[in-house]
Design a protein around this ligand. Structure first.
Ligand code: NJP
Length: 228
Protein backbone atom coordinates (compact mmCIF):
# COMPACT_ATOMS: atom_id res chain seq x y z
CA UNK A 1 0.00 0.00 0.00
CA UNK A 2 1.00 3.58 -0.63
CA UNK A 3 2.98 5.14 2.20
CA UNK A 4 3.95 8.68 3.12
CA UNK A 5 7.72 8.92 2.95
CA UNK A 6 9.54 11.98 4.35
CA UNK A 7 13.15 12.59 3.28
CA UNK A 8 15.53 15.24 4.63
CA UNK A 9 18.39 16.26 2.38
CA UNK A 10 16.12 15.56 -0.59
CA UNK A 11 17.34 18.37 -2.86
CA UNK A 12 20.29 16.42 -4.32
CA UNK A 13 22.26 13.17 -4.08
CA UNK A 14 21.04 10.21 -2.05
CA UNK A 15 17.89 11.95 -0.83
CA UNK A 16 16.73 12.97 -4.31
CA UNK A 17 17.49 9.50 -5.72
CA UNK A 18 15.53 7.88 -2.90
CA UNK A 19 12.58 10.18 -3.60
CA UNK A 20 12.53 9.04 -7.24
CA UNK A 21 12.62 5.36 -6.26
CA UNK A 22 9.94 5.89 -3.61
CA UNK A 23 7.53 7.53 -6.05
CA UNK A 24 8.26 4.77 -8.60
CA UNK A 25 7.23 2.30 -5.90
CA UNK A 26 3.92 4.15 -5.42
CA UNK A 27 4.69 6.11 -2.26
CA UNK A 28 3.97 9.79 -1.68
CA UNK A 29 7.07 11.76 -0.73
CA UNK A 30 7.77 14.85 1.34
CA UNK A 31 10.99 16.50 0.17
CA UNK A 32 12.85 18.58 2.76
CA UNK A 33 16.04 20.65 2.46
CA UNK A 34 17.00 24.33 2.36
CA UNK A 35 17.12 24.76 -1.46
CA UNK A 36 13.48 25.40 -2.27
CA UNK A 37 14.10 25.79 -6.01
CA UNK A 38 15.63 22.31 -6.31
CA UNK A 39 12.93 20.74 -4.15
CA UNK A 40 10.16 22.31 -6.21
CA UNK A 41 11.76 21.18 -9.47
CA UNK A 42 12.02 17.64 -8.11
CA UNK A 43 8.44 17.66 -6.84
CA UNK A 44 7.24 18.74 -10.31
CA UNK A 45 9.36 16.01 -11.95
CA UNK A 46 7.79 13.46 -9.61
CA UNK A 47 4.27 14.35 -10.71
CA UNK A 48 3.30 17.29 -8.52
CA UNK A 49 0.94 17.63 -5.60
CA UNK A 50 -0.57 14.13 -5.63
CA UNK A 51 2.86 12.53 -5.36
CA UNK A 52 5.38 14.94 -3.89
CA UNK A 53 5.43 17.89 -1.52
CA UNK A 54 8.41 20.25 -1.27
CA UNK A 55 9.00 21.78 2.16
CA UNK A 56 11.83 24.20 2.92
CA UNK A 57 13.42 23.04 6.17
CA UNK A 58 16.74 23.62 7.88
CA UNK A 59 17.13 20.50 10.02
CA UNK A 60 19.16 22.42 12.60
CA UNK A 61 16.07 24.49 13.53
CA UNK A 62 13.59 22.70 15.79
CA UNK A 63 10.67 24.95 14.80
CA UNK A 64 11.23 24.12 11.14
CA UNK A 65 11.54 20.38 11.74
CA UNK A 66 8.37 20.37 13.83
CA UNK A 67 6.58 22.37 11.13
CA UNK A 68 7.82 19.90 8.49
CA UNK A 69 6.09 17.01 10.24
CA UNK A 70 2.93 19.05 10.82
CA UNK A 71 2.79 20.04 7.12
CA UNK A 72 3.29 16.39 6.16
CA UNK A 73 0.35 15.24 8.26
CA UNK A 74 -1.83 18.21 7.27
CA UNK A 75 -1.19 17.45 3.58
CA UNK A 76 -1.07 13.66 3.35
CA UNK A 77 -2.83 12.66 6.58
CA UNK A 78 -0.06 10.48 8.01
CA UNK A 79 3.65 9.71 8.13
CA UNK A 80 4.90 6.16 7.57
CA UNK A 81 8.59 6.47 6.72
CA UNK A 82 11.09 9.13 7.85
CA UNK A 83 14.57 9.21 6.32
CA UNK A 84 16.94 11.49 8.27
CA UNK A 85 19.50 11.87 5.53
CA UNK A 86 20.58 15.54 5.52
CA UNK A 87 24.28 15.93 6.18
CA UNK A 88 27.62 17.06 4.85
CA UNK A 89 31.27 17.04 5.70
CA UNK A 90 34.14 16.95 3.28
CA UNK A 91 37.13 15.91 5.35
CA UNK A 92 40.13 18.14 4.99
CA UNK A 93 41.79 17.52 8.34
CA UNK A 94 41.97 19.22 11.72
CA UNK A 95 44.08 22.14 10.50
CA UNK A 96 42.21 22.83 7.27
CA UNK A 97 38.65 23.18 8.49
CA UNK A 98 37.33 26.21 10.31
CA UNK A 99 35.62 26.00 13.71
CA UNK A 100 32.50 27.42 12.00
CA UNK A 101 32.52 24.53 9.52
CA UNK A 102 32.73 22.06 12.42
CA UNK A 103 29.89 23.73 14.25
CA UNK A 104 27.63 23.57 11.18
CA UNK A 105 28.60 19.93 10.58
CA UNK A 106 27.86 18.85 14.16
CA UNK A 107 24.60 20.79 14.15
CA UNK A 108 23.47 19.29 10.84
CA UNK A 109 24.71 15.72 11.08
CA UNK A 110 24.12 15.10 14.79
CA UNK A 111 21.67 17.65 16.20
CA UNK A 112 19.66 17.78 12.94
CA UNK A 113 19.28 14.00 12.89
CA UNK A 114 18.25 14.03 16.57
CA UNK A 115 15.63 16.71 15.90
CA UNK A 116 14.29 14.72 12.94
CA UNK A 117 14.01 11.60 15.10
CA UNK A 118 12.31 13.54 17.88
CA UNK A 119 9.81 15.23 15.56
CA UNK A 120 8.84 12.08 13.65
CA UNK A 121 8.61 9.50 16.48
CA UNK A 122 5.03 10.38 17.53
CA UNK A 123 3.68 9.90 13.98
CA UNK A 124 5.82 6.83 13.28
CA UNK A 125 4.59 5.24 16.49
CA UNK A 126 1.02 5.82 15.37
CA UNK A 127 1.58 4.19 11.96
CA UNK A 128 4.05 1.51 13.18
CA UNK A 129 6.33 3.15 10.67
CA UNK A 130 9.98 3.11 9.72
CA UNK A 131 12.85 5.43 10.66
CA UNK A 132 16.00 5.46 8.53
CA UNK A 133 19.20 7.38 9.14
CA UNK A 134 22.11 8.03 6.81
CA UNK A 135 25.23 7.18 8.72
CA UNK A 136 28.43 6.21 6.92
CA UNK A 137 31.23 3.72 6.65
CA UNK A 138 32.96 6.55 8.55
CA UNK A 139 30.47 5.92 11.36
CA UNK A 140 31.71 2.36 11.76
CA UNK A 141 35.43 2.93 11.56
CA UNK A 142 37.25 6.23 11.98
CA UNK A 143 38.51 7.66 8.73
CA UNK A 144 41.02 10.51 8.59
CA UNK A 145 39.58 14.00 8.40
CA UNK A 146 38.72 15.61 11.69
CA UNK A 147 35.11 15.63 12.88
CA UNK A 148 33.16 13.99 10.05
CA UNK A 149 33.71 10.44 11.32
CA UNK A 150 32.81 11.57 14.83
CA UNK A 151 29.48 12.97 13.65
CA UNK A 152 28.67 9.73 11.86
CA UNK A 153 29.64 7.60 14.87
CA UNK A 154 27.07 9.70 16.71
CA UNK A 155 24.48 8.85 14.03
CA UNK A 156 25.31 5.14 14.41
CA UNK A 157 24.75 5.45 18.16
CA UNK A 158 21.48 7.35 17.72
CA UNK A 159 20.19 4.71 15.34
CA UNK A 160 20.87 1.95 17.82
CA UNK A 161 19.45 4.00 20.71
CA UNK A 162 16.30 4.75 18.73
CA UNK A 163 15.90 1.09 17.77
CA UNK A 164 16.03 0.02 21.42
CA UNK A 165 13.77 2.84 22.62
CA UNK A 166 11.15 2.06 19.94
CA UNK A 167 11.46 -1.69 20.33
CA UNK A 168 7.93 -2.28 21.64
CA UNK A 169 6.21 0.21 19.33
CA UNK A 170 6.48 -1.69 16.06
CA UNK A 171 8.62 1.08 14.56
CA UNK A 172 11.61 -0.23 12.60
CA UNK A 173 14.96 1.57 12.48
CA UNK A 174 17.48 1.21 9.69
CA UNK A 175 20.95 2.75 9.51
CA UNK A 176 22.23 3.23 5.95
CA UNK A 177 26.06 3.31 5.85
CA UNK A 178 27.38 4.37 2.45
CA UNK A 179 30.95 4.36 1.29
CA UNK A 180 31.98 6.82 -1.45
CA UNK A 181 28.94 7.95 -3.42
CA UNK A 182 29.18 10.28 -6.40
CA UNK A 183 26.99 13.21 -5.24
CA UNK A 184 27.44 16.96 -4.63
CA UNK A 185 28.82 15.89 -1.19
CA UNK A 186 32.23 16.04 -2.90
CA UNK A 187 33.33 19.39 -4.31
CA UNK A 188 35.52 17.69 -6.92
CA UNK A 189 33.73 14.41 -7.55
CA UNK A 190 33.95 11.12 -5.68
CA UNK A 191 36.56 9.59 -7.97
CA UNK A 192 36.47 6.57 -10.27
CA UNK A 193 34.47 3.57 -9.20
CA UNK A 194 32.30 5.38 -6.64
CA UNK A 195 28.75 4.30 -5.94
CA UNK A 196 25.83 6.16 -7.51
CA UNK A 197 23.05 7.70 -5.44
CA UNK A 198 20.71 5.13 -7.05
CA UNK A 199 22.75 2.31 -5.48
CA UNK A 200 21.96 3.69 -2.03
CA UNK A 201 18.32 4.39 -2.92
CA UNK A 202 17.89 0.71 -3.84
CA UNK A 203 19.19 -0.27 -0.40
CA UNK A 204 16.69 2.07 1.26
CA UNK A 205 13.87 0.58 -0.79
CA UNK A 206 14.99 -2.94 0.17
CA UNK A 207 14.77 -2.05 3.86
CA UNK A 208 11.37 -0.36 3.65
CA UNK A 209 9.98 -3.12 1.44
CA UNK A 210 10.35 -5.87 4.04
CA UNK A 211 7.32 -7.30 5.85
CA UNK A 212 6.57 -5.81 9.30
CA UNK A 213 8.35 -8.54 11.28
CA UNK A 214 11.66 -7.91 9.47
CA UNK A 215 13.77 -5.05 10.81
CA UNK A 216 16.85 -4.45 8.66
CA UNK A 217 19.06 -2.79 11.27
CA UNK A 218 21.88 -1.61 9.07
CA UNK A 219 23.16 -1.74 5.52
CA UNK A 220 26.81 -0.93 4.83
CA UNK A 221 27.69 -0.52 1.16
CA UNK A 222 31.11 0.24 -0.23
CA UNK A 223 32.11 0.57 -3.87
CA UNK A 224 33.83 -2.64 -4.83
CA UNK A 225 37.16 -0.85 -5.15
CA UNK A 226 37.00 0.99 -1.79
CA UNK A 227 39.39 -0.59 0.67
CA UNK A 228 38.98 1.57 3.78
O1 NJP B 1 25.22 14.64 -0.50
P1 NJP B 1 24.45 15.91 -1.08
P2 NJP B 1 24.76 13.11 -0.28
N1 NJP B 1 19.00 21.32 6.58
O2 NJP B 1 25.34 17.05 -0.80
C1 NJP B 1 20.90 18.74 2.63
C2 NJP B 1 25.92 10.92 3.73
N2 NJP B 1 27.03 10.24 3.10
O3 NJP B 1 23.52 12.78 -0.95
O4 NJP B 1 19.79 22.13 2.31
C3 NJP B 1 18.38 20.60 5.64
O5 NJP B 1 24.01 15.64 -2.48
C4 NJP B 1 21.27 19.33 1.28
O6 NJP B 1 20.31 20.22 0.80
P3 NJP B 1 20.33 21.85 0.95
C5 NJP B 1 26.11 12.40 4.01
O7 NJP B 1 26.87 12.61 5.18
C6 NJP B 1 27.44 10.55 1.86
O8 NJP B 1 25.97 12.31 -0.58
O9 NJP B 1 19.40 22.26 -0.13
N3 NJP B 1 19.01 19.96 4.66
C7 NJP B 1 21.22 18.10 0.40
O10 NJP B 1 19.89 17.83 0.00
C8 NJP B 1 24.67 12.82 4.18
O11 NJP B 1 24.22 12.58 5.50
C9 NJP B 1 28.52 9.87 1.31
O12 NJP B 1 21.74 22.29 0.77
C10 NJP B 1 20.35 20.07 4.63
C11 NJP B 1 21.66 16.98 1.34
O13 NJP B 1 21.57 17.49 2.67
C12 NJP B 1 23.91 11.91 3.22
O14 NJP B 1 24.81 10.87 2.87
C13 NJP B 1 29.16 8.88 2.02
C14 NJP B 1 21.07 20.80 5.57
C15 NJP B 1 23.08 16.54 1.07
O15 NJP B 1 23.12 16.00 -0.20
C16 NJP B 1 23.45 12.55 1.94
O16 NJP B 1 24.57 13.12 1.29
C17 NJP B 1 28.72 8.58 3.29
C18 NJP B 1 20.33 21.44 6.59
N4 NJP B 1 20.92 22.18 7.55
C19 NJP B 1 27.65 9.26 3.82
N5 NJP B 1 22.39 20.71 5.28
C20 NJP B 1 29.05 10.17 -0.05
N6 NJP B 1 28.39 11.00 -0.86
O17 NJP B 1 30.10 9.61 -0.42
C21 NJP B 1 22.49 19.95 4.17
O18 NJP B 1 29.35 7.62 3.96
N7 NJP B 1 21.26 19.56 3.77
Amino acid sequence: PQKVFLITGASTGIGAATARHAVDAGHRVVLAARSTDKLEALAAELGGADHALAVACDVTEWDQVEALVKTTVDTFGRLDIAFANAGFGASRGFLNESPEHWKAMVLTNVYGAALTIRATIPQLTETKGHLLLTGSVAGRRALPGSLYSATKWAVTAMGESARQELNDTGVRVTLIEPGMVDTPFFDNGAGDGALHADDIARAVMYAVGQPPHVDVNEILIRPTAQGT
